[in-house]
Design a protein around this ligand. Structure first.
Ligand code: SAH
Ligand code: SF4
Ligand code: F3S
Length: 482
């Protein structure tokens, strides 16, 4: 820290130790308001936001875009030509961070020829002490560093950067209040993210998220329902409810009796056509939530992160469920929603995991009938308990296990698509297929990417019927049914 100048020392720096604390702080709901002095901050200027990481970050970027536009900024078509560039970052694995250092390398050259361009780093990376220290010490051309809890202060931080001409750093380690009514520029006009809660109290031993996102805070149901009602009124077809453990929804409000299942039931009544959510925690997926999967608007797809199929590994991961309990919930889900598709997240090569234990994850994947998975090789995160556990298996060996698991998972993708061959499915049309060829594409209720022949762009944002004629591992192909 020796190189830190006095100005920066006085600023708010992150502390992983403080971020871990879960004291009974009262979380209040307050309403966002831009102070008058910042109202014209961005008039005549442009912005660009790069977003990395999870859907939570995508939703946060939409809020930051809203805040920037509310003070006069307009979106730049070319990021390198914009007056302010923000990198909304992810810290969940080492390679997520490596990408950011790479992009920063490119921006450095641009800053040399365009010294007036402001460069800001925000999101989960600045919440880590190590990353923020590195940004301060080695990335002099970065103007703004702010954390996940500081995004609502964006106009103030930009103002300070313009005024001071030196680096502005503000990273609170504790989360603060819930802010409602912040402006938002949504990427899509038919699909929307809706945060139902923020933070995570689970502390899985490998995971940095509880440190970067703070304690679990649920939004009030009336605020969520007002947002969904507004989306319905504006013609949105699909919403995805966001939270690190959506099943913990409501536990921190009043007596905790209004839970995630109740929220889904109320959301269903708004008339929204499609509801998805991510992610549920298997331990908290209760019978009420399982029953709610049967609601008309709730889509028959559940992303249900298991992480491992071995009880000892699950225990040292602090996941708080067993293989048997997980498989029992999968069975209950399939009994209630026979058509359901289940996908998952898996970590390969957790510290101390043996090959036999890893094989339990492969057999569980077959037993659960996963139709897809995000698979990750374990990546140590400084400050988490797993980072100091003995980890004797070489990375080369872990890659071999990873490839072995991938074979099973890829087969699951294929089987999941093949079961729709010959069926008529509803597709929410997203746009033109990447391959061109006069095809459009979109997603089915089971979240299967589907391509079909049509050049009618007026279908984008609508739900159409498609008869499936071919099923590959990563997509299905079909014909539009008139
Ligand atoms: N809250 C979600 C997941 C958030 S992080 C949940 O609990 O399901 C998304 C995924 O990243 C996790 O499910 C896990 O599979 C993976 N992940 C998290 N930390 C990791 C680490 N240190 N190394 C490798 N993968 C990790
Ligand atoms: Fe991380 Fe576990 Fe929280 Fe998910 S539930 S964000 S994996 S600590
Ligand atoms: Fe990454 Fe932060 Fe999301 S670490 S996965 S952007 S909560």
């Amino acid at each position: 820290m020796s190189k830190l100048d006095d100005d920066i020392k006085k600023m708010f720096l992150p502390s992983l130790k403080d971020a871990r604390l879960r004291k009974n702080r009262n979380v209040e709901t307050i309403f966002y308001k831009v102070e008058d002095i910042y109202k014209n901050l961005g008039v005549g200027k442009t912005y660009y936001i790069y977003t990395y990481g999870c859907q939570g970050n995508e939703a946060d970027s939409e809020v930051m875009a809203g805040i920037l536009e509310s003070v006069g900024y307009t979106k730049a078509s070319d990021p390198l030509e914009s007056d302010i560039v923000l990198l909304n970052t992810c810290a969940v694995r080492e390679n997520a961070e490596q990408r950011i250092w790479g992009v920063l390398g490119q921006l450095k050259g641009r800053k040399r020829t365009h010294p007036d361009m402001l460069i800001g780093i925000c999101g989960c990376m600045p919440q880590e002490e190590r990353a923020t220290n590195k940004l301060i010490e080695s990335y002099g051309f970065v103007d703004l560093v702010f954390g996940t809890h500081n995004r609502f202060n964006l106009p103030k931080l930009i103002h300070q950067a313009y005024l001071s001409g030196s680096k502005v750093v503000e990273v609170f380690s504790n989360e603060g209040n819930i802010l409602e009514n912040a402006p938002m520029v949504r990427e899509s006009n038919f699909k929307a993210w809706v945060h139902i809660m923020y933070g995570c109290d689970e502390f899985c031993t490998y995971c940095i998220v509880p440190y970067t996102r703070g304690r679990e805070r649920s939004r009030r149901k009336e605020d969520i329902l007002a947002e969904v009602n507004d989306l319905v009124k504006r013609g949105y077809k699909e919403i995805t409810l966001l939270g690190q453990n959506v099943n913990a929804y409501g536990k921190d409000i009043d007596d905790g009796s209004y839970t995630f299942g109740d929220l889904l039931t109320d959301i269903d009544k708004t008339g929204i056509l499609r509801v998805r959510f991510t992610s549920p925690h298997p331990r908290d997926m209760d019978e009420k939530a399982i029953q709610a999967m049967k609601l008309k608007s709730v889509m028959p797809h559940l992303h249900f992160p298991v992480q491992s199929g071995n009880d000892r590994v699950l225990k040292i991961m602090n996941r708080k469920y067993t293989r048997e309990e997980y498989l029992y919930k999968v069975k209950r889900l399939k009994e209630e929603v026979p058509n359901i598709s289940i996908t998952t997240d898996i970590i390969v090569g957790f510290p101390g995991e043996t090959y036999e234990e890893f094989k339990d994850t492969v057999t569980l994947s077959v037993e659960a009938g996963f139709e897809g998975a995000f698979t990750f090789i374990y990546s140590p995160r400084e400050g988490t308990p797993a980072a100091s556990m003995p980890d004797p298996i070489s990375i080369e060996e872990k890659h071999k296990w990873f490839d072995e698991l991938k074979e099973t998972i890829d087969l699951g993708y294929l089987k999941g698509n093949q079961r729709f061959l010959g069926e008529i499915v509803e597709v929410l049309v997203e746009g033109e297929s990447k391959s061109g060829d006069g095809m459009l594409c979109g997603y089915t209720p089971n979240n299967k990417l589907t391509h079909f022949k049509s050049d009618d762009l007026s279908l984008v944002g609508n739900i159409v019927k498609v008869k499936i004629t071919d099923a590959k591992s990563w997509f299905m192909i079909g014909d539009l049914v008139e």
